[in-house]
Design a binder for this molecule. Structure first.
Ligand code: SPQ
Length: 456
């Protein structure tokens, strides 16, 4: 493993306060670059997330001949049209990004050239058969370890015929990969899911002028349609906002406003759960741009009650479960998370990593076959924990540190840059520490060199 950073977080000595704009939505940022590349004309993206995962997507499409200019959160993609994508002469390296590899495989399935795709050690363990199986049914030739289930994967696409695919898993990545291949197939391709998943692909394809037909858990797309460039305004990522929503819920005296957060109903499960728990939460300035709803979320700390989280709610908050587990450790009673087996195939097995790492801090938490059970409230203690290279685990542990007695040392905190490079900076801001220094004496972060405060 390369350089591993260690972040140290200590107990918050006062409530989180103020306004913050969280970085752009990761799912939407990936899709804006991919669809921009496949479109005719230049797509301009504002509010792009310059995290490692989305930079991997840019890198892969550049290797297929697409010109992309990126400066911080502004991106211009000069689309080549689907037929203009070129055979890459290097491996397409997706880094840590499951979204990049799975959606890009859908695009490559329709392209009449050869490409090899691979990623980091975490990607090498994540199941790809969930996309390669239906993509092979459409007509692509895909080879890889474990019968095309594991990377590196080698693909030759083209000559596709539409399918009706009934997915055994509720996964937006599977649905999107099949739709992107279907766009390049003869006939109408249909995907039916067991539970509705995030629908950014459908909404954004429509913004690019593609007709998509939807009916509850079924989506259809007719092949042969072209994409026309458009401007995209990416809302803030609710999955990133979730860390501060939980922090403000559990640190007494907090009152925060998170500006322009994406509120797409297929992603906003955490809002429903926090409201059900009794959170003092308000949404203001709602608007819809490019088919995506956003608004400012205000949350004040208060007493919350535990609940059971399962069923169709799970896909709507799947990435927020690690930090919801931290919240549950502070509630009076038992929180149950069920129907969440998909957590096992994320950047890490998030049932195992959440249970293992929060247990080290004294949480009363146990793993179940499809989730976890957390009994609270627990006074968490300090301790040495590990992100296991998973950005969401790293950030969830940092939030746990805000209510722990003693220092929480998070090894592997560099992983956080995958989705939230400015995470520690923003956390400091909400703690009123815009200008570092004096305020760092009682609660401190040694983040990761990029913003190391001067500690004594
Ligand atoms: O891209 P990646 O690595 O799969 O990222 C994660 C995350 O925590 O950021 C999951 F580990 O988000 C996925 C999400 O869980 C992003 C995503 C998308 O953009 O389509 C869909 C979800 O995955 P899935 O497998 O349920 O489709």
């Amino acid at each position: 493993m390369g350089d591993r950073a260690v972040a140290v977080v200590t107990k918050a000595t006062r409530g989180l306060q103020g306004e913050l704009t969280v970085p752009g939505d990761k799912s939407i940022s990936h899709r804006s670059v991919m669809f921009g590349a496949m479109a005719n004309g230049t797509t301009s993206i504002r509010g792009f997330l310059p995290g490692d995962d989305c930079l991997s997507t840019i890198d892969c499409f550049r290797k297929m001949g697409v010109e992309v200019q990126q400066t911080d959160d502004t991106v211009h993609v000069r689309g080549t049209g689907l037929d203009g994508l070129k055979e890459p002469n290097e491996v397409l390296d997706v880094g840590n990004s499951g979204t990049t590899i799975r959606l890009m495989l859908g695009v490559l399935t329709g392209r009449p050239f050869h490409a090899t795709v691979a990623g980091d050690a975490s990607i090498a363990k994540r199941p790809m058969a969930r996309v390669t199986e239906p993509l092979k049914e459409l007509g692509a030739s895909i080879e890889g370890r474990d019968h095309g289930n594991l990377t590196p994967l080698s693909i030759r696409g083209g000559g596709l015929t539409a399918i009706h695919y009934t997915s055994p898993v509720a996964s937006a990545q599977v649905k999107s990969a099949v739709l992107l291949a279907g766009l390049q197939a003869r006939g109408t391709t249909t995907v039916t899911e067991p539970e509705a998943t995030r629908d950014h692909t459908e909404r954004m394809l429509e913004a690019f002028g593609v007709k998509v037909t939807r009916n509850e858990k079924t989506v259809s797309i007719e092949g042969g349609q072209s994409l026309e460039a458009c401007d995209i305004d990416v809302p803030g990522d609710i999955s990133s906002a979730a860390f501060f929503l939980v922090a403000a819920s559990i640190v007494e005296g907090s009152d925060v406003i998170l500006k322009k957060v994406g509120l797409n109903p297929t992603r906003a499960g955490i809002i429903d759960v926090l409201s059900e728990m009794g959170a003092q939460l308000e949404i203001e300035n709602e608007k819809t741009t490019g088919g995506e709803r956003s608004g400012d979320i205000r949350l004040r700390s208060g007493k919350l009650a535990p609940t059971t989280i399962g069923g169709s709610l799970i896909p709507r908050l799947i990435d927020e479960i690690p930090v919801l587990a931290v919240l549950a450790t502070q509630l009076d009673g038992t929180t149950v998370i069920r129907d969440a087996e998909e957590l096992k195939v994320k950047e890490t097995n998030r049932i195992d990593t959440v249970v293992r790492e929060l247990s080290k801090l004294g949480a009363d938490i146990e793993a179940t076959e499809d989730g976890m059970v957390i009994h609270g409230p627990s006074q968490l203690s300090g301790g040495a924990v590990d992100s296991h290279g998973d950005h969401r685990i790293g950030m969830a542990l940092a939030i746990a540190g805000l209510v722990a007695d003693g220092e929480v040392e998070i090894a592997g905190s560099e992983a956080i840059a995958v989705s939230y490079p400015r995470f520690f900076e923003d956390l400091r801001r909400l703690q009123g520490r815009k200008s570092e220094g004096a305020l760092l004496t009682s609660d401190k972060f040694w983040s990761d060199g990029r913003s190391s405060p001067n500690l004594t």
